[in-house]
Design a protein around this ligand. Structure first.
Ligand code: NAP
Length: 240
């Protein structure tokens, strides 16, 4: 697995913490150079102290930003997009603007990345995109309608892009509940209760870790016979 990423160049879009950071560290450990890109270049750069990681500005909802980034990024072997903007809430709370931002960030952003970046990627089946879906694509739950439709569409985008940009491979990772700070809005008590509830219901009896997800992202990048697949790394949550 390490050999497959050695001396490759990988783009990781998102923040300088959470799942994106775990993937960045895992990819570096496997011997690749990493370009991390997001809306706050300085904050991203401050998140890493490694000459093999360079930080770039990229707003995935802005085609001009994607175009400028693509024109100067150079060759890429793998592109990982973790960017998201969640539209949580039950139907009465949902706002069109939040839903549009969710779709724009997590669905259309990676689609436009594929449009602009495929010319900079190898075409021998060794290159790939790794998108991010999520557990509520596969488990309907009140409060997660906006999240679910976004992630469900990412699952379809993954299969569609796999055909469209072949032989570049396209896969997705669908995390279950991972404590990345993404649940902090629930408050300490609310978060603890929610994690206990999910852990008790999950067949594996726990929530996930950022390393569970980074491992899946590495697998998606390095298994050269896999494309159009969403890897469900969710502790079996949709089964219960
Ligand atoms: N954590 C979980 O439990 C969980 C569960 C299911 C799915 N997922 C998915 O896994 C992925 C990573 O999750 P996470 O919890 O580590 O991170 P996250 O909280 O979802 O963070 C995503 C980051 O994307 C960046 N972003 C937002 N809009 C952007 C834009 N227009 N351009 C570039 N970057 C943008 C933001 O970084 P800045 O704030 O620095 O700009 C944001 O913090 C996400 O796609 C998430 O939906 C996570």
């Amino acid at each position: 697995m390490e050999c497959a990423l050695k001396d490759r160049r990988v783009l990781v879009v998102g923040r300088g913490s959470g799942i994106a950071q775990a993937i960045t560290h895992a990819v570096r450990t496997a011997g690749a150079e990493v370009v991390v890109a997001g809306r706050d270049r300085d904050k991203l750069a401050a998140s890493y102290d490694d000459p093999g990681i360079t930080a770039e500005f990229l707003d995935i909802t802005d085609d001009a930003s994607i175009g400028t980034f693509a024109s100067r990024v150079g060759h890429l072997d793998h592109v990982v997009s973790t960017a998201s903007a969640r539209a949580r809430g039950a139907l009465p709370q949902l706002q069109r603007t939040d839903l549009l931002l969710s779709l724009n960030t997590k669905l259309l952003g990676p689609l436009m990345l594929a449009k602009h970046l495929t010319p900079h990627m190898g075409g021998n089946g060794d290159s790939s995109f790794v998108l991010f879906s999520g557990v509520h694509a596969f488990k309907a739950k009140v409060g997660y309608l906006g999240v679910g439709i976004t992630n469900g569409a990412v699952d379809f985008l993954t299969r569609s892009l796999a055909v469209e940009v072949a032989p570049i491979r396209v896969n997705a990772v669908s995390p279950g509940v991972i404590d990345t700070g993404a649940w902090d809005a629930m408050g300490e008590d609310g978060k603890r209760q929610y994690f206990q509830q999910v852990s008790a219901a999950n067949p594996v009896g726990r929530i996930g870790t950022i390393d569970d997800i980074a491992q899946a992202a590495i697998f998606a990048m390095t298994n050269s016979f896999m494309t159009g697949v969403t890897l469900k790394i969710d502790g079996g949550e949709p089964l219960t």
